[in-house]
Design a protein around this ligand. Structure first.
Ligand code: FDA
Length: 309
């Protein structure tokens, strides 16, 4: 219930300006977000790589309704990829892109604009020696995002997809995407979805996650298992053994600031662990989703406000 309220709040402009202006907010978000600038993203990426982790970097922002802004975000990614290359980090760091940040939601030709912008980013990533993963947003974008993915994969076959276990359709999408070389991130799903398209009970979402893992691990692609859930991580380990998957033929993914000790434990055990590192000043929607899925994150935020008074 609280989660749904917070997910609703993640789209409220009024609340957004209050939270963004609260002086305490900056300190709290620093735990989950690398900082405002490309230099911050590069610094945190280097620290994580030095700790034997791999990274995917997201420039924060979504639901852009302004063409100039969509193009500016694209330019930002090109700069980020150049910086990662200059710092010699592209063998262990890639980027994650939200298509609505590069134009998908623009009226008229949004999908075409997003495809063109994403293509530029994929080309820059290929030139830098790394890859791109297309984040998945709410269910109204799923078909369009998978169609853009298919187009991009013709030229950039390593472009990663994201599938959300809470959607009824996802088992079928896993089957379609479990082909050789196909990088697929599986997550539970972070948006406020109706019962017409998504499981509402967390136990059903978890069961779907397990069924999807089975399909991806049994397939020929490269599964990227994105969860902090200890039970699902344990099941992932036994399924990987059952399907004779060696470490390095799949990976675990977690968010920056979430279960850092577990990230290191898995990496020390020889697993590939990729940390999703967001940066930029447009952090409101991202932070509200993190608080919606984990009351402890909300408590952390509220405690910080209380102790500042
Ligand atoms: P969930 O939040 O359901 O927690 C289950 C249990 O795990 C908790 O009860 C607790 O025991 C434990 N746990 C969780 N977090 C913890 C923590 N920080 N510390 C200690 N214990 C914790 N979503 C989306 O819609 N599109 C996308 O593109 C992506 N991309 C993405 C990338 C990566 C790398 C990750 C990790 C996640 C995403 N997500 C996403 C978000 C995802 O869909 C989901 O909302 C969150 O990961 C939360 O779900 P979990 O599976 O982590 O467990």
């Amino acid at each position: 219930m609280l989660g749904r309220v917070l997910l609703g709040a993640s789209r409220s402009q009024r609340l957004r300006s209050v939270v963004e202006k609260a002086p305490v907010s900056r300190g709290v978000v620093a735990r989950f977000i690398a900082g405002d600038t490309t230099a911050d993203a590069v610094r945190v990426t280097r620290e994580l790589i030095n700790a034997n982790l791999t990274v995917t970097i997201d420039h924060l922002g979504e639901d852009t309704l302004d063409r100039a802004q969509a193009d500016a975000v694209t330019t930002e990614y090109l700069g980020l990829l150049a910086a990662l290359k200059d710092h010699g980090l592209t063998d262990r760091a890639e980027v994650s892109v939200k298509l609505t940040a590069v134009g998908q939601a623009l009226p008229g030709h949004g999908e075409k604009i997003a495809l063109e912008n994403a293509r530029q980013i994929c080309q820059a990533a290929a030139d830098a020696g790394t890859t791109v993963t297309l984040d998945m947003e709410d269910h109204t974008t799923t078909d369009s995002t998978l169609s853009i993915l298919q187009d991009l994969r013709e030229d950039f076959p390593s472009t990663g997809a994201v599938l959300q276990a809470y959607l009824y359709r996802t088992e079928e999408d896993c089957r379609a995407l479990a082909s050789a070389g196909s990088r697929v991130r599986l997550c539970k799903g972070a948006y406020n979805e109706p019962a017409s398209v998504a499981y509402q009970d967390t136990r059903d979402v978890d069961r779907s996650f397990v069924r999807c893992m089975k399909i991806l691990l049994a397939g020929e692609g490269y599964p990227m298992l994105a969860t902090h859930d200890p039970r699902l991580i344990e099941i992932a380990g036994s399924l990987a053994a059952r399907f004779r998957r060696e470490p390095g033929t799949y990976e675990y993914q977690m968010l920056y600031g979430s279960r850092p000790t577990e990230q290191l434990r898995l990496a020390q055990a020889g697993e590939t662990v990729r940390v999703y590192v967001p940066y930029g000043d447009d952090w409101y929607g991202y932070m509200m989703r993190r608080m919606a899925e984990r009351p402890a994150n909300l408590q952390f935020f509220l405690r910080a406000i209380a102790t500042k008074k």
